[in-house]
Write a new protein. Structure first.
Length: 403
């Protein structure tokens, strides 16, 4: 929930801050108020200090929640990659975050320029409307949560109870608008694009349904750090340790005073044990193809070796590989079906057949390029710095198309 609330907030900030000035429906006064609130939240984020440090803490929590909840489908992994990619950019670099998010979506659904412009407009319109409607609530829970982290304090069940109650209408509205916008977008996509979006939407609704169920417990004050993947969070643990030590000191002082009043009484244990949280169960992820000579598979294997990717990165790389090859197979099948119809009508050398082949080759080149970009987001800065600058084995047919 911590990551979800933060992600919804940042997503709305992205569009609102980038494009609010271009929204004709807004009155000058409401636009000024919007900017003021956005500015305050961005200022709160800046008070955290080193963003790379907090990004690391956040992704540890997010990945732990995904593992614990079993969100390991290809669509779930895409959503995790989306968060990982966009959240790596500091919240105050608004334009860069927004453009990166749109690039990820465009890569995912193979959007053409017109479709991407349409998605941008829909996202901006929805986000502006959401932030204008709920900015008061968002300001309350977002700024308090960020300030709590900035001060090095722990999240408490009482705080989470208040935040979840405040965020509930925002969450429900966001879910409704997400499904409505997706339904509108479906009408502008081709069958292959719609299939991918349908899978992603089903997975998103499954995750949000799980969060709604969990939030019922949180609203009753039954929240634990492990619920948000924070059982090993350094800030949370340090603050909890301070509080436990302070409570233990008070208990020891009270025990000494009680012992002084009643010398024959055995003092209670002033240092109660704290129960350990259960570790997250790591998903196994996809199995690396063995002995596969497919040129696209060879590229992925070489990429993994080049950057010395760790287990988690390799898992994501092979998930990307699996998704891309499935989409390549779909493109090939569609092309064969379309080409078969054209051949029956006018022969293999017809202008229509030639046009279909050129379009198909362009789609394959774009799909491979998007795979390159998706893989390129996986290595850390250190991995990029340490890697040898040897060229990767781009498939011969792709090289031919790029000449």
């Amino acid at each position: 929930m911590q990551a979800l609330v933060r992600w919804m907030l940042v997503a709305m900030l992205l569009a609102s801050t980038v494009q609010a000035q271009n929204t004709d429906e807004q009155e000058p006064e409401s636009r000024g108020q919007l900017y003021e609130r956005v500015g305050k939240i961005i200022g709160a984020f800046q008070s955290l200090g080193n963003w790379d440090e907090h990004y690391g803490y956040m992704m540890d929590s997010v990945e732990s929640v995904y593992d614990r909840q079993g969100w390991d489908s290809e669509s779930d992994m895409f959503s995790l990659d989306l968060v990982r990619t966009v959240e790596s950019i500091p919240p105050w670099e608004v334009r860069r975050r927004f453009d990166t998010m749109m690039e990820v979506f465009s890569d995912r659904y193979l959007l053409d320029e017109g479709q991407e412009r349409m998605m941008r407009r829909k996202f901006i319109r929805m986000s502006n409307s959401m932030f204008q409607k709920h900015s008061g609530r968002i300001m309350q829970y977002a700024t308090e949560a960020i300030q709590t982290r900035a001060m090095g304090d722990e999240f408490t069940p009482e705080q989470v109870q208040r935040w979840v109650r405040l965020a509930e209408p925002v969450f429900q509205d966001a879910r409704l608008r997400l499904n409505e916008s997706a339904a509108e977008l479906m009408q502008e996509l081709d069958p292959e694009q719609r299939e991918i979006l349908s899978r992603d939407l089903a997975a998103a609704n499954h995750r949000m349904g799980t969060i709604e169920k969990l939030s019922e417990e949180w609203k009753r004050g039954n929240w634990k750090p492990a619920d948000w993947g924070m059982e090993n969070d350094p800030i949370q643990l340090a603050a909890e340790s301070r509080r436990i030590e302070e409570d233990a000191a008070k208990d020891r002082a009270a025990a000494v005073a009680e012992q002084a009043r009643n010398p024959k009484r055995t003092p209670p244990d002033a240092n109660p044990r704290v129960g350990d949280s259960k570790p997250a169960v790591r998903s196994k992820g996809p199995v690396q193809p063995k002995g596969d000579t497919d040129a696209w598979t060879v590229y992925v294997r070489a990429f993994i070796e080049r950057y010395k990717l760790n287990d988690g990165q390799r898992t994501r790389a092979w998930l990307i590989h699996k998704d891309v090859l499935n989409r390549r197979d779909q493109l090939n099948k569609r092309h064969e079906k379309q080409l078969g119809g054209v051949v029956k009508r006018g022969g293999v050398a017809s202008d229509a057949a030639t046009s279909l082949r050129i379009k198909h080759q362009a789609l394959l080149e774009r799909l491979f390029s998007q795979m390159e970009r998706r893989l390129g987001r996986l290595p850390t800065r250190a991995q990029r710095k340490e890697t040898a600058k040897t060229p990767l084995p781009v498939p011969a047919e792709i090289q031919a198309l790029r000449k």
